[in-house]
Design a protein around this ligand. Structure first.
Ligand code: COA
Length: 297
């Protein structure tokens, strides 16, 4: 009998799903676009002719990301930005507009995350992640939309989400709550702004391992020995698959799609087992001693 082989591999990076030049003359503003999945998404827009603005707190990420994106083509403008600061968000859009015109598309990709049992999470850790992931996303969406509302121009927004927005995320209470807000925001803003020609959707990546994952997240992920075998698709995602979904949702071919959040994860978030394996606490999964033990020595 044949063994299951999972979902087929996609076409390689460099192939585009949309007609060449789909985003010619458009500018795409990608927060956190200097690394990881944000950079991969920016790259797919660049391949289809867009000018790219990448915004990040980290100047090294910006310089490296901008160089890599320029190799794909088009203009790439790196901007330093902490999305927690609404005034800095406004300044960044001013800068982008001065250099490449008012961006047509906003990809709200920047987020903060680290695994931590909820009982160990400091109020400042909670606040920091919610501030970046939820508040920062709103500040960027608001600033971008206000400019289009004033100019009477149409636009697209894509919020990068996470499937624990629906399911909860043990070990990630801060990020899961923030991403639930990000998803909910998609639904509200889609209705508020559709009359003015602004669409907004969400895009949720599954497991797309990449070299820019934080040490914290990689360490926990590395406890899964075979990452492909742990997915219903029997493989992890390839970054171009996420980029194709992002470009489609912001393209002229998806103008009637708004308020939707698309999960690209080979059905992993819906995985349920027939048998119930024993529960392993978050502390045990992270190799942490029982709560309070550290303090008692
Ligand atoms: N475990 C527990 N608490 C942590 C933590 C971790 N791994 N990392 C940060 N914190 C806590 C800090 O201790 C601090 O709380 P405290 O003041 O009570 O000690 C709080 O979170 C804020 O951390 P700080 O480093 O001061 O904030 P920052 O604004 O400089 O950066 C992050 C916060 C989360 C953005 C930072 O950890 C980071 O740069 N992470 C990598 C980027 C990232 O998260 N990418 C997202 C991948 S999805």
């Amino acid at each position: 009998m044949n063994a299951p082989s999972g979902l087929p591999a996609p076409p390689p990076t460099g192939v585009s799903a949309l007609p060449s030049g789909t985003f010619e003359g458009n500018t795409v503003f990608v927060t956190g676009g200097g690394t990881g999945l944000g950079k991969a998404i920016a790259g797919e827009f660049a391949r289809l002719g867009a000018n790219i603005v990448i915004a990040s707190r980290n100047s090294d990420h910006l310089a490296k990301g901008a160089n890599e994106l320029r190799e794909i083509g088009g203009t790439v403008l790196p901007l330093e930005l902490d999305i927690r600061e609404p005034e800095s968000v406004a300044t960044a859009f001013d800068e982008a507009t001065r250099h490449v015109g008012l961006p047509h598309i906003l990809i709200n990709n920047a987020a903060a995350n680290f695994p931590v049992p909820a009982e160990d999470m400091s109020p400042n850790a909670w606040r920091t992640v919610v501030d970046i992931t939820l508040n920062g996303t709103f500040y960027c969406a608001r600033e971008f939309a206000r400019r289009h509302l004033s100019a009477w121009t149409t636009a697209s927004i894509l919020n990068i989400g996470a499937s624990y927005a629906w399911t909860g995320g043990p070990g990630f209470a801060h990020s899961a709550a923030a991403k639930a807000g990000v998803k909910n925001m998609v639904e509200t803003l889609a209705v508020e702004w559709a009359p003015y020609g602004i669409q907004i959707n969400g895009l949720v990546p599954g497991l797309f391992p990449h070299e820019d994952m934080t040490e914290d997240i990689t360490e926990n992920l590395d406890r899964t020995h075979d990452k492909d075998a742990s997915q219903p698709a029997l493989r992890v995602g390839q970054r171009q698959e996420l980029g194709w979904a992002a470009t489609f949702l912001c393209s002229p071919y998806a103008r009637f799609i708004s308020g939707h959040t698309l999960v690209v994860d080979g059905a992993n978030w819906q995985r349920r087992t027939l048998t119930n394996p024993p529960v392993v606490t978050v502390r045990d999964q992270m190799g942490k001693p029982p709560f309070g033990k550290e303090m008692k020595g």
